[in-house]
Ligand binder design. Structure first.
Ligand SMILES: Nc1nc2c(c(=O)[nH]1)N[C@H]1C(S)=C(S)[C@@H](COP(=O)(O)OP(=O)(O)OC[C@H]3O[C@@H](n4cnc5c(=O)[nH]c(N)nc54)[C@H](O)[C@@H]3O)O[C@H]1N2
Ligand SMILES: Nc1nc2c(c(=O)[nH]1)N[C@H]1C(S)=C(S)[C@@H](COP(=O)(O)OP(=O)(O)OC[C@H]3O[C@@H](n4cnc5c(=O)[nH]c(N)nc54)[C@H](O)[C@@H]3O)O[C@H]1N2
Ligand SMILES: [Mo]
Length: 679
């Protein structure tokens, strides 16, 4: 028997991008462990990824091209050769373009694989074809816009800084679930006596280990941040030096804060004025404060506003001044290469229409001229996009040609006319970085492609050739693409720039030396008041109503507020195959459970005008009265009437950036009377 180990990096959409070591016995992966040499991974992996090799080597993988033989959605396929698959694909794409024009094709992809090369690998092809363009806004667009409006395209502070903090605030992030490798820095700080504060609508698993937990109202973060800033301003706790030296527009902001009472802010935030004063005083008196801002708090119709308010609060408290233990991290943004070298927009002959991925339901059912071809890769929209009832109605259209490039028979893949096998990252060459730290690395394959699976890169390079495209980007090898892009990444250290990136080696961004240290950004100034060209964007962070939560009409019909954060052992809908027949839980407050005669474990239908989702009641004071928590994007399963949680969420976008509002849906509940009702 031969045993060997190979290094790789976790490709999943997570801030951590862990260094992994795969152990192979006779070519089969028998174990994956965390790379102890990775400064963030520190030798351990999250629970779901400890068995990642089972997924990679699963008997349920899609390993061959297949075409649909049953009805759309039935999941009945017949295996075909790659030659036949290419023929169907090129014929269909050619016909669509000829009959309806290139824009009738809509590519749909997101971050199933975070590889810098494989993730955007379809772009050159779709640009050349003249397809509609997908606005990839579903996750962090609102967060980025909110942050950069005042701060510019500046990176957040390195997470390592938190280890030196005396106060760490996890604001709208459940780090224990979504960013577990941040926790060792928290623990290190705590051993020195630091405090952990969690601000979240429900007492999530991170909040359980907090020193103090603040149950903010969903979307109430702007009010909390502004209330704290008002208190700090009035009590001499803001950083006047920093404000004077590095910022503009504070006066206008201060005027707005003065025009409001603390009680007004408190009511909207869901906390008491005393709680706001207490937290503000603690932050004001603790020089070494580190705020870890989550993307979770942006998933509502005032989400970008919340980030704006927190960013301005952080600046006014001087958290960006580079002192040890001080900082704010939303997303690291540690490596900035020239993305044109990945997507080649120059291949586009004429500008084409843009479709927001959050509004796929609309795009497939109402858009004019209609979408006639849908090309899905790196994503599972029937589970993860909002308003999946509409998405499904689109996928059911007989006149829509749907291609899905996948590893598993996901709910979306079941609707494919043509299903193509995708490799996993363990079969690919690529570059990876995490959005919660400042490291990156290059990887070579751990195992060869399984079955007849192809990587995203190979799929689109071959497809381009079959379509007769001969432009230079389509002639590149994977090494060419990796090397040309890597050469454009400014923050790669000198040594690796000269010698090249070595597979398995983890390198630190050059930006880390000044990440979050404002004084090193030269002439750059922080703006409290922004002059946007868009008159709908308020100059300063301020209180505005939330679209769905504050709608009185919806309120009367759907009395509960719903948020839908991740379940610990799934990554969005990835790993859904492990929980195919599970309903997932509905966290409900005891007062609400009593009012509806709901007992623990009962099956409950959560519904609104868009759809329904059946869950098992988990009665808990960890949530607030009137607030329901549905963790996890379980796969829909028609035979057991399980649906995606996203039947309940809306295509309404965030206030900036066009992001998803997954944590702002109004719903009602009813008991599922008999088991037969759902089986
Ligand atoms: N295990 C696991 N890890 C993951 C993922 C996963 O699905 N599973 N997903 C990955 C992806 S794609 C991403 S983008 C990141 C996201 O990771 P996070 O940034 O942590 O975002 P969420 O998980 O959406 O939400 C985090 C927390 O925000 C809270 N929240 C919701 N609304 C509000 C609000 O209005 N205010 C405040 N203060 N809090 C609010 C939720 O209750 C939740 O506890 O995680 C990544 N990591
Ligand atoms: N209700 C609710 N919905 C949400 C969220 C939420 O918090 N609540 N979070 C939102 C967020 S933050 C995000 S980022 C999105 C995520 O949306 P997606 O990026 O679609 O995420 P996944 O569900 O992980 O689906 C990725 C799919 O890609 C496949 N895949 C993996 N690697 C490859 C590859 O190399 N090639 C190909 N072709 N396929 C591959 C996987 O098998 C998987 O089925 O979901 C959003 N949806
Ligand atoms: Mo995400």
């Amino acid at each position: 028997m031969t045993t060997e180990t190979r290094k790789t990096i976790c490709p999943l959409d997570c801030p951590d991008a862990c260094g992994m070591i795969a152990t192979l016995e006779n070519g089969i992966i028998t174990k994956v462990t965390g790379d102890p040499d990775h400064p963030i991974t520190q030798g351990f992996l999250c629970h779901k990824v400890q068995t990642y090799h089972h997924r990679i080597q699963s008997a349920d993988r899609v390993l061959h091209p297949q075409h649909r033989v049953g009805k759309k959605g039935e999941g009945q396929f017949g295996q075909i050769s790659w030659d036949d698959a290419w023929q169907i694909l090129t014929e269909q794409l050619t016909n669509i373009k000829k009959k309806y024009g290139g824009e009738a094709l809509l590519p749909y992809s997101y971050a199933g694989n975070m590889g810098m090369i494989n993730r955007p690998a379809g772009y050159p092809f779709f640009h050349k074809y003249g397809a509609s363009q997908l606005l990839q806004t579903i996750c962090s667009a609102a967060a980025k816009e909110g942050w950069s409006l005042h701060y510019g395209a500046k990176p957040g502070s390195p997470p390592e800084k938190a280890a030196d903090a005396d106060l760490i605030i996890a604001w709208g992030i459940s780090a224990k679930v979504t960013n577990i490798h941040f926790m060792p820095f928290v623990q290190k700080a705590k051993r020195r006596g630091a405090k952990l504060i969690v601000i979240d609508p429900y007492l999530n698993s991170t909040a359980k280990s907090a020193d103090v937990y603040y149950p903010v109202t969903p979307g109430g973060d702007t009010a909390l941040a502004l209330g704290m800033l008002k208190h700090c301003m009035e009590n001499g706790l803001i950083d006047q030096n920093f404000i004077g030296q590095y910022t503009d527009g504070f006066e206008e902001f201060a005027d707005y804060l003065e025009s409001k009472t603390l009680e007004e802010f408190a009511t909207i935030s869901g906390l008491t004025a005393a709680q706001i004063q207490e937290l503000a005083t603690l932050i004001g008196q603790t020089k070494k404060t580190f705020i870890r801002i989550g993307i979770g708090l942006t998933r509502n119709t005032q989400g970008a506003m919340s980030v704006r308010a927190i960013t301005c609060f952080s600046a006014a408290m001087g958290l960006f001044n580079g002192i040890e233990g001080r900082g704010a991290l939303l997303q690291s943004g540690a490596f900035s290469g020239d993305t044109h070298l990945l997507s080649y927009p120059s291949l586009m002959e004429a500008p084409t229409r843009a479709v927001n991925m959050v509004q796929l339901g609309h795009a497939l059912t109402e858009l004019s001229p209609p979408v006639k071809g849908l090309f899905v890769y790196n994503s599972n929209p029937l589970s993860i996009a909002p308003d999946t009832t509409r998405v499904k109605a689109g996928l059911e259209r007989e006149d829509l040609f749907t291609v899905v490039h996948e590893q598993f028979l996901t709910p979306t893949a079941r609707y494919a006319d043509l299903l193509l096998p995708a490799t996993t990252s363990f079969e690919n060459h690529d570059l990876y970085t995490g959005y919660g730290h400042f490291y990156m690395g290059r990887v070579d394959p751990v195992i060869p492609p399984q079955g007849e699976a192809v990587s995203n890169f190979d799929l689109f390079q071959t497809l381009a050739q079959k379509m007769g495209y001969t432009d230079a980007p389509f002639l590149q090898t994977i090494d060419d693409r990796i090397e040309s892009y890597a050469a454009s990444i400014k923050e790669i250290p000198e040594k690796q720039k000269k010698e090249g990136l070595v597979s398995g080696e983890i390198i630190r961004s050059d930006i880390i030396n000044h990440g979050g240290d404002f004084s090193q950004f030269g002439q750059y100034r922080f703006n409290f008041s922004v002059k946007s060209r868009d008159p709908n964007i308020p100059r300063i962070p301020c209180i505005l109503p939330r679209h769905e939560f504050d709608d009185p009409n919806l309120k009367s019909r759907y009395p509960f507020q719903l948020i839908t954060p991740p379940m610990k052992d799934m990554l969005n809908s990835t790993f859904g195959e492990r929980y195919c027949n599970e309903a997932g839980t509905l966290m409900i407050h005891p007062l609400d459970a009593e009012a509806h005669s709901i007992q623990e474990g009962m099956l409950i239908e959560v519904f609104n005008g868009r759809g329904r989702n059946i869950r098992k009641a988990a009665i808990s004071t960890n949530t607030q009265p009137g607030l329901l928590i549905l963790e996890g994007i379980y796969w829909e399963n028609e035979s057991s009437q399980m649906t995606s949680v996203n039947e309940l969420t809306s295509q309404q976008t965030t206030d900036l950036g066009g992001g998803g509002t997954f944590h702002e849906a109004r719903v009602n509940i009813r008991k599922v009377l008999a088991k037969e009702d759902i089986l």
